[in-house]
Design a protein around this ligand. Structure first.
Ligand code: DC
Length: 229
């Protein structure tokens, strides 16, 4: 019996999908693709090239010609992967507040989505992939053998983001926004992302508020075992 070729993990910001997706991919020896990083790279390019984040046609062009490469981490600084654009390492820059503030608007444009979705399907063509995002099970890979949708309350998602930032830059650092600022920001992003964020009808929905990362992985494990090709 072999496992599923494609595992789609979707969910809103802070639902734990990246942490769970990366660990699951590592366990299975599958390729891990965080599609949010692709949207973030296009947003970074727009901000750095003075492209209006409301100009869908210009952003579509930008996405089409962007040489975004997501590869093994190479640098041991806590990153899950390395993201380069035209050879320049932007792994941490795509996580900053400027990019986070712009990415929902950028990803809402159909021209951007068309290009990135085509690239995502190409990445999954080889199989043995865990792909993480908002619309992977419903739109990008409707044929994926296993679809997981992770949810959590807004308060819990904000708490996780805050803890993540504190772990990265240190408690008391002025760069860390307050919990309520993070909560407001996630709520704003949820609102814009809403149209492109939905569980596939055949997704396994897991509510993660009271689950650790390991417990979520344990909840997913039987579905991985049960999914035969
Ligand atoms: O998961 P994230 O916060 O890194 O995602 C960044 C943005 O990209 C988020 O605002 C929603 C968008 N996104 C999307 O629209 N579709 C995806 N498959 C992945 C991310």
């Amino acid at each position: 019996m072999s496992g599923p070729q494609c595992i789609a993990i979707d969910g809103p910001a802070g639902s734990g999908k990246s942490t769970v997706g990366e660990k699951l991919a590592r366990q299975l020896g599958y390729l891990y693709v965080d599609t949010g990083a692709m949207y973030r790279a296009v947003a970074w390019l727009a901000l750095n090239n003075n492209v209006d984040i409301h100009d869908g046609a210009a952003l579509g062009e930008l996405a089409q010609h962007a040489e975004v490469v997501i590869s093994h981490p190479f640098v041991a600084d806590g990153r899950q992967y390395t993201v380069t654009v035209h050879g320049c390492d932007i792994t941490w820059e795509i996580r900053n507040s400027r990019v986070t503030g712009a990415v929902s608007a950028v990803s809402a444009h159909p021209a951007v989505r068309r290009t990135l979705i085509a690239q995502q399907r190409e990445m999954a063509r080889q199989g043995r992939v865990v792909m993480v995002g908002r619309d992977i099970g419903a739109v990008v890979l409707p044929e994926a053998e296993l679809k997981i949708y992770l949810t959590a309350s807004l308060a819990e998602r904000a708490r996780r983001r805050h803890a993540e930032l504190v772990a990265r830059v240190g408690e008391g650092n002025s760069k860390v926004p307050s919990l309520s600022e993070i909560e407001r920001d996630i709520e704003r992003r949820d609102d814009i992302d809403h149209d492109n964020m939905r569980p596939a009808i055949d997704a396994v929905v897991i509510e993660t508020d009271y689950l650790s990362v390991q417990q979520v992985l344990d909840a997913i494990a039987p579905y991985v075992e049960d999914t035969t090709v």
